[in-house]
Ligand binder design. Sequence first.
Ligand code: ADP
Ligand code: MG
Length: 487
Amino acid sequence: MNLNEVLEKYTPVIGLEIHAQLNTKSKAYSTDVNEFGAIPNTNVSPTSLGHPGTLPVFNGTTLQYAVRLGLACKSKITREMHFDRKNYFYADMPKGYQITQDKTPICTGGGILIKGDNGEERSIELTRIHMEEDSGKSIHDMDPFDTLIDLNRAGVPLVEIVTEPVLKSAKEAYNYLSEVRKLVRYLGICDGNMEEGSMRCDVNISIMPKGTTEFGQRVEIKNMNSIRNVAKAIEFEIIRHAGLIEKGDKIEQETRNYDAGTNSTIGMRLKEDAHDYRYFPEPDLTKLVVTDDYIEQIKASMPPLPNDLFKKYVNELKLSEYDAYNLTDDKGIALYFEELITNTNNYKSAANWMMGSIKSYLNQNALTIEDFPIKAIKIAELIKIIDNGDINNSIATQKLFPLLIENPDLSPLKIAKENNWITQNDSNELESIILAIFKANPEEADRFKNGDKKLTGFFMGKIMKETKGAADPKTTAQLINKVINNI
Ligand code: ADP
Ligand code: MG
């Protein structure tokens, strides 16, 4: 069966667990530096290595970031909590256990808004968000014989964000992951780079016959590091599950891996032999208490959130949903736009500049908005002189904008004046230019006078060339007709 045939008969049920690495300066329970890409095994103190006699010290920024996320998701913030030990043996986890939160996660409930399959806004309910530490990294592809271990990552703080089993398609999972990534970036708590592993996702998926409500057997696909692959893996699994059910086979409760090369999933281990983690409260850390004051402080320092900005752009600035989506997709772009609209009231034009000339310039030069040389206030000036009729739009985008990039400190109006780009709607002067052009092109002028309207473009071109593009197109069009009728 292909995907569409399967979806005629079955409803997929999907729940995601996302691990997001927090971009704190130091690790979760030690002063080791938390940085991606350092020389392997250099940020490893005895605490990260789990040597006997070392003690963890909780990094308060982890809590601050987790609470920020919880507030953004409208979750319930737990007021009194402790950490737990999750015990298992693995080479990249030298302590032999992971410090995590089992019984008392920092956040419960809440949700993340996504665009659902029918285009409607939908809140994806969260089960919980908890704080924990990352393990080290096993590197299987650098040495032909051995697995190498980099413990720089051991002890890096994570939040794990767990959804209820409410996602219904690969597309919804894709949208949800995109929203989470956007959110953690806005909150400044995680860089969201899935390729670098700073955001990873476990996918839980099952299918059930359409119209029924009892969930099918789920499988889990571990450690996905690309949003697109998550969507592909889900589609693969939906079809695989249906194939098994149709044959009368049983779906094993198992953990699988996605292989991008073959776009398929491969069984790793049956859940039956899943570990017994023997959770117990972490004895080396005291319990944490979150006060009202603490929450108020974090609330007061919350950055703008993508969804709030989206609503503001649509409802208050009256921009289209399409514009609002594009303007809020990237935090840097949104912040630049926020500054721009404090300096101009022409929101539509501001949006056009952002999504047009500015984005193209950034794309062409592989830059981000943070590297963009022109300050928002200068773009606002540019919009103002266009709106005043001082320069026309094509001069602004094609000539002035590139010059301003080279000389971001100059005044747009001054540049326009120095280059004679100020719109010429002085009729007398324009009339004489037009007359001269008709005289210089008598044959075309004759045909034009006799009704060959195709020549309008020809004369427009000549006039624009003569005035270096500064002739106001509307005035010029009127004057061409006036002048030709008087010849
Ligand atoms: P575990 O810790 O063993 O992975 P959890 O109970 O924490 O199990 O569930 C993990 C994820 O699996 C959650 O996101 C949840 O929504 C999802 N989930 C649970 N049951 C199903 C199911 N039948 N089909 C799809 N997803 C499910
Ligand atoms: Mg799981």
